[in-house]
Ligand binder design. Sequence first.
Ligand SMILES: CSC[C@H]1O[C@H](OP(=O)(O)O)[C@H](O)[C@@H]1O
Ligand SMILES: Nc1ncnc2[nH]cnc12
Length: 299
Amino acid sequence: MARKSNGSQASIGVIGGSGLYDIEGLKGVRDVRIRTPFGAPSDAIRVGRLDGVSIAFLSRHGRGHRLNPGEINYRANIYALKSLGVQRVISVSAVGSMKERIEPGHVVIPDQFIDLTKRRASTFFEGGIVAHVAFGEPICSWMAQVLAVAGEGVGATLHRGGTYLCMEGPQFSTKAESRLYRQWGVDVIGMTNMPEAKLAREAELCYATMALATDYDCWHETEEAVTVEAILATLHKNVALAKQMLKAVMPAVADAPACLCHRALDNAIVTAPASITAAVRKKFGILTRRVFGTKKGAR
Ligand SMILES: CSC[C@H]1O[C@H](OP(=O)(O)O)[C@H](O)[C@@H]1O
Ligand SMILES: Nc1ncnc2[nH]cnc12
């Protein structure tokens, strides 16, 4: 069950991407500024209730869209959500379509990722503690299912499953790259879901993405190559749909059953407990408390 709001706590986190800088209809709103051992998140986190369900909303690029995809402190964002009690994260993202059948305006719920990012901190587990979490199924299948049902319920043209390729950016792809990714079978392209999804898994949070197609990137022979102008035009329409989907999905997410995502660190930490210093244990507090607390340390 979702934890009901006790002021600054929420069990569901929403990370709003391009075009989604706020959520309408939140009641009892509080903006919480959080400092984490990994630095500052993209913005203050807005905590409130949507139809009685407590949620924490974070603008990925910051309000006003101040951070490019490579500048986002993904570790701080995920850590900050975890520190508010969040257990499930819904990511909302603008993406380019790599398939003819995925038209701008459609919604994709990806189930796989290809990570081509190059210069981002992509793990919490370094500097004295090593962990290797399983990532063969990077998306929480239960969350993906309820997002799909919510999308279909509000009339979205929705594609269940698909591979999201995450590029470094901030420049868009070359045509050669775009054609290559199509040969790989990629469905959508974006710049932000990696390492976000990896970090969510390390933090034992469920994670699923509502990917809003805004353009056909630059591979398409007859459509114009992607521009920010075209993306923003489609985004304004998409964002209304995203907000409807978020509202529709909340009751189901709030009543979610226990999930394996919440045990991702079971058997993942390889550092011998005796080798983990007190300072490292302190820094990793909320991330490792469950495993160290229940197992008297990892193997
Ligand atoms: C302004 S379009 C390009 C921008 O939009 C996507 O971000 P997000 O996933 O946060 O919606 C894409 O990855 C780029 O960062
Ligand atoms: N074509 C594209 N490439 C990368 N990120 C995007 N976000 C939206 N459209 C995109």
